[in-house]
Design a binder for this molecule. Structure first.
Ligand SMILES: Cc1ncc(C[n+]2csc(CCOP(=O)(O)OP(=O)(O)O)c2C)c(N)n1
Ligand code: SF4
Length: 300
């Protein structure tokens, strides 16, 4: 016996297939008045959000829920707000963010795997008035690029380093990184990272904060609205402090890699909250002193 719903569905199908009613539908559609501009731009509405103008209008290649796109957006928002699009030069890494230059509408250079800070050093030394930054993952910055990272910061190069820590090598399918958590399962530690064989996760921010050339070091995340706001503030500071020529600004952001963590984006955010921040506590690790900040105020 057919249920009532069934009959109803059949009735609707018959109506749709009826050529007369199809005609009627067309008439109705052409009669619809198309507004001259989107409702959201009517005077009664206020624009509360728009994409940063320094972001290129293309689809990104990142996996759904990946933190790279969010981190790119925060950096470009900061560039917009400071009005420094023409004065900013970025250096892209090798890793999932290898195409960062396709998304950020600023001058950018690519660097060989791990060598971004060396490339940025050259750019900044040639053009000391530009705002120069590198954008790097943990494989790039803390594995193959460890030497460049440490020596660049030890020299106190006046650049900003934006460091995305996902605790795995993303692009090459989730191998263990120096930052992988103890017990974390990765493709090269299928039963979990064990200290006896692989050592401890490297806390890069705490390590480099010891270097006299490090001017500002902070670790942030983007898994909650509050965390996003704090990360954005740190990024803004990293650009502003370059004016002082006092050393390297290092902004670590704990980001999710849902694909290699084998989690949904929501589960990945939860993992950051429940596990990642235990090993990598969030907050400022090295702050500029008040005298330096007074100098910045005077420059305004
Ligand atoms: C000299 C060199 N060695 C190894 C590789 C392979 N490789 C490409 S990306 C990558 C790891 C990237 O991981 P990470 O820096 O954490 O960035 P993510 O992809 O997670 O954003 C590796 C090992 C390479 N491209 N070049
Ligand atoms: S593999 Fe991970 S880091 Fe790479 S794009 Fe996908 S989610 Fe992002």
């Amino acid at each position: 016996m057919q249920s009532e719903e069934h009959l109803l569905v059949e009735e609707q199908l018959i109506t749709v297939k009826d050529p007369e009613s199809e005609k009627k539908d067309e008439t109705v559609l052409t009669d619809v008045e198309v507004p001259a501009k989107p409702r959201c731009l009517d005077d009664e509405y206020e624009m509360v959000y728009h994409k940063p103008k320094t972001m290129v209008e293309v689809s990104m290649h990142y996996c759904p829920g990946c933190a790279h796109s969010q981190f790119h957006k925060l950096i470009m928002e900061a560039v917009d707000e400071l009005g420094i699009q023409e004065q900013t030069i970025g250096v892209a890494p090798v890793g999932c963010a290898v195409f960062a230059y396709d998304y950020m509408n600023i001058d950018m250079s690519e660097a060989a795997h791990g060598r971004a800070t060396a490339t940025a050093t050259g750019i900044k030394r040639l053009m000391p008035d530009k705002y120069v930054f590198t954008y790097q993952g943990d494989g790039d910055l803390a594995a193959i690029g460890t030497a460049e990272t440490i020596h660049t910061i030890n020299r106190g190069e006046n650049i900003a380093i934006f460091f995305m820590n996902t605790a795995v090598y993303g692009m090459t399918s989730g191998q263990m990184a120096p930052t992988s958590l103890v017990g974390m399962k990765t493709t090269t530690s299928p039963i979990g990272r064990n200290v006896a064989d692989y050592g401890y996760p490297i806390k890069v921010s705490e390590l480099i904060a010891q270097l006299p050339g490090a001017f500002y070091v902070t670790r942030q995340a983007m898994h909650t609205p509050t965390a996003v706001r704090k990360a954005k503030k740190a990024i803004l500071n990293a650009f502003k402090y370059q004016k002082l020529h006092k050393g390297t600004c290092f902004i670590e952001v704990i980001g999710n890699c849902p694909s290699n963590w084998k989690m949904t984006p929501v589960e990945a955010n939860k993992f950051i909250d429940e596990s990642m921040v235990k090993t990598f506590p969030l907050g400022d690790i090295k702050l500029p002193n008040s005298e330096d900040l007074k100098l910045l105020e005077q420059e305004k």
